[in-house]
Design a protein around this ligand. Structure first.
Ligand code: MIG
Length: 725
């Protein structure tokens, strides 16, 4: 084991000769003479094992996209990107592999395992007080991150792995998806419904049906004739189309992507150095070797076929990679079935036969039987499994960058590992229309943020299964706060567009979706500040408040500096208990133009929440900035903004904005309005400083004091002071 000091907060422990996964951006470090790893007892064999005795009260955060609570204690987790569409609590792996964990106890630290194969996190499962991390290989890097508190540990960690991806502003709008809208006529009708019901929307998704026989970078000319023209006609109406790209390339003579890949040798190889064959949606496919930079550049350049048609965003799917079957795997099962034919099968044989077929998809045997050319080094897939989706998405991001370096594209992926957060966002895959999955969504968001991914969200309403109107309403009321706000559902399930139910439901959802647009000044500011500073957007209460109840409050969340969310996630509930670590101001948002506020005292409180209401708590000495709704993000008008402030003595807020479509903010091209409200001799003094190209001409203030007394006032931009720089 070699030890390096990366900086004052971070030490690196290196085992064997690890490959550079490119998960971290701060390389090198100063060698340190040491034989021990801080906090952990290390043992080595075929794997590296780290052990830590947890204090009985320590909480353990992190691990990104995973099951169970925000506090991961009590669970067993396998970091191994998995295509599993049934997310029951006992599942050990979902689509992402996010190896960052934060120990919040007397010993307070973070640990990141930079290893591309399977890593097992036993967080007090076998033994309630032992954290045991098993790295299934002998070449790995382990980083220990120090800090005074959880938030600062996360910030140090994000400095190590780099800042998050930033999507275009339109990607913060409401997005409508379904597997699958079959043709351009159906999409036109869908848009007609959004317009008819006057519900804002920014993007419509194209699932696998837009392709010709599920072939990447092709368009089905029968269902989508004159595609470029179609894309621009939709764009003129104010919507963007977002097509899916799958990892597998169909084996078909004459299909250019297939032919080129074969000719250049860009596909993953089997044990006989032949392109590895798997079956997915298109039938038999080859997997592009995304770990190879030439193959990556080649695949990335293909996105241009779609951007040339006016496409500005993509979602990468099936990139764990998902394998329905391989010939070998399927033949084994068929042989077994043949051998059983006509026999009087005993119970064990019968279940053995069932298992043979059930185990055909995504089998460990298949993952161990193909290889990557990692720019000269041949690696068995299983040992680098968690890099595949990451590198596919890196291919896409680099391809898009080459097409237009200054433009922000929308990009997110299903499989991921830490490092990919610099290139794209993620969605949490095939959840179900279950109330349990709304709660899981709530708990998962801050864990994902801790691992660097800011642009994230779940399939709102649930992907599998049939949703009812109430679950959709409650889920939407939470998703309006997630950066990716997309309603998506599976083939064959009940329709779940916002107008798929009765008129009451449509009316409620119209207001909920509008609220998302109303909240944009705040949501966008918080997202961008987190992205620029390397910070979180969703924050567990325990990161801000030290009390025991906050530690246990896993069904509440802080969003940025000013607000706390307490979503309703139970059926037929018309209220819920909520823990307030301090007095807060409650706005039960329904019709944002008719706002009412209530001061709720610190403590365990029951609040009533009607089906149409979205509860928003404004923290003490905090400011929420809102605007008006519009039909899409591009039409938002920020000339007049409303400030809702809950002030005991002094509140400050930094409102950020930029062009929303380029990276010029990195060169300082952004605007900032600094708002300060201070109680002075019984009244409130307001000071506003501005920097950059300010579009806001008027700020209207509603200031509420601790007794609920409201003071209203307004300031025009002519009275903004310019800030120092
Ligand atoms: O095997 O493209 O998670 O969002 O709708 C299913 C069809 C493949 C899985 C994705 C889902 C998508 C679906 N895909």
């Amino acid at each position: 084991m070699k030890v390096f000091e990366i900086n004052k907060e971070i030490f690196k422990y290196s085992f064997g000769s690890p490959i550079d996964t490119s998960s971290v951006v701060v390389k090198g470090g100063t060698p340190v003479e040491s034989k021990v790893m801080e906090h952990f007892e290390v043992s080595r064999g075929n794997s590296v094992m780290l052990k830590f005795a947890m204090d009985s009260k320590a909480a353990v955060y992190g691990l990104g996209e995973n099951q169970r609570g925000m506090n991961k204690r009590g669970g067993l987790y396998h970091s191994y990107c998995s295509d599993d569409a049934v997310h029951t609590p006992d599942k050990k792996s979902l689509y992402g592999a996010h190896n960052f964990l934060l120990m919040d106890g007397p010993e307070h630290f973070g640990v990141f395992i930079d290893f591309p194969g399977r890593v097992i996190f036993d967080v007090g499962f076998k033994n309630k007080d032992i954290l045991e991390i098993t790295i299934c290989g002998s070449n790995a890097e382990v980083y220990i991150v120090k800090g005074n508190n959880s938030r600062s540990i996360v910030r140090s960690f994000i400095r190590l792995v780099g800042a998050s991806y930033v999507p275009p502003k339109w990607a913060f709008g409401y997005q409508q998806s379904r597997w699958g809208y079959a043709d351009s006529e159906e999409i036109k009708a869908l848009i007609g419904s959004f317009l008819y019901h006057d519900i804002p929307c920014d993007a419509i998704y194209l699932d696998i049906d837009y392709m010709e026989n599920f072939k990447d970078f092709t368009i089905n000319g029968n269902s989508f004739p004159e595609f470029s023209h179609f894309v621009s006609s939709i764009r003129e109406k104010g919507y963007r189309l977002v097509p899916i790209i799958d990892a597998g390339v169909k084996i078909e003579k004459g299909y250019d992507i297939y032919e080129e890949g074969i000719e250049k040798g860009y596909f993953c190889k089997d044990g006989n150095k032949k392109p590895f064959v798997a079956a997915v949606w298109p039938g038999k496919v080859h997997f592009p070797d995304f770990l190879n930079s030439d193959a990556r550049n080649w695949f990335g350049s293909k996105y241009k076929l779609l951007t040339d048609c006016g496409i500005e965003g993509f979602w990468n799917d099936m990139n764990e990679p998902a394998i329905f079957y391989s010939e070998k795997g399927l033949n084994c099962a068929i042989e077994k079935a043949k051998a059983s034919e006509g026999k009087n099968l005993g119970v064990d044989d019968f279940f053995g036969l069932m298992d043979a077929f059930n185990g055909v998809s995504n089998s460990p045997e298949d993952y161990s039987s193909f290889y990557h050319d990692f720019d000269g080094t041949i690696l068995e897939h299983d040992t680098v499994h968690n890099l595949y989706g990451f590198y596919m998405t890196k291919a896409a991001a680099e391809g898009l960058k080459a097409i237009d370096p200054g433009k922000r594209f929308l990009l997110f992926s299903r499989a991921s590992c830490i490092g990919m957060h610099r290139y794209s966002g993620i969605w949490t895959g095939d959840n179900h229309s279950w109330w349990e999955h709304l709660l899981l969504n709530i708990k998962m968001m801050p864990s994902i943020n801790m691992c660097g991914f800011l642009y994230c969200g779940a399939d709102t309403g649930g992907f599998g299964g049939d949703v009812n109107s109430e679950l959709l309403i409650r889920w939407m009321q939470f998703s309006i706060f997630t950066p990716l706000f997309r309603n998506h559902s599976a083939l064959g399930t009940r329709r779940q567009e916002p107008f798929a139910f009765d008129e009451d439901t449509t009316g409620i959802l119209r207001n909920v979706i509008r609220l998302r647009y109303v909240l944009m000044p705040y949501l966008y500011s918080e997202y961008m500040k987190a992205a620029i500073k390397g910070d979180m957007y969703f924050i567990p209460l325990s990161f801000e408040y030290g009390d025991e109840a906050s530690k246990g409050a896993e069904d509440q969340l802080l969003l940025g500096d000013s607000i706390m969310l307490c979503p309703v996630y139970t059926e037929n509930a018309r209220g819920r208990y909520v823990w307030l670590p301090e007095d807060m101001l409650l706005w039960k948002a329904f019709d944002y133009e008719k706002r009412e506020y209530e001061v709720v005292k610190m403590g365990h409180q029951y609040i009533e929440v009607g089906l149409a209401e979205t509860p928003v708590f404004i923290k003490k000495n905090s400011i929420l900035v809102i605007g008006r709704h519009a039909r899409n993000i591009d039409s938002l008008d920020s000339r007049e903004l409303q400030i809702i402030a809950f002030v005991e003595d002094k509140a400050e807020y930094e409102l950020y904005d930029d062009d929303g479509c380029t990276y010029d903010y990195r060169k300082g091209a952004f605007s900032e309005i600094n708002i300060m409200i201070e109680k002075r001799e019984g009244t409130f003094a307001i000071e506003v400083r501005a920097k950059g190209d300010i579009r806001t001409k008027r700020l209207s203030f509603v200031i509420i004091d601790m007794n609920g007394k409201i003071t209203e006032s307004a300031i025009n931009s002519s009275n903004f002071k310019s800030s120092g720089s």
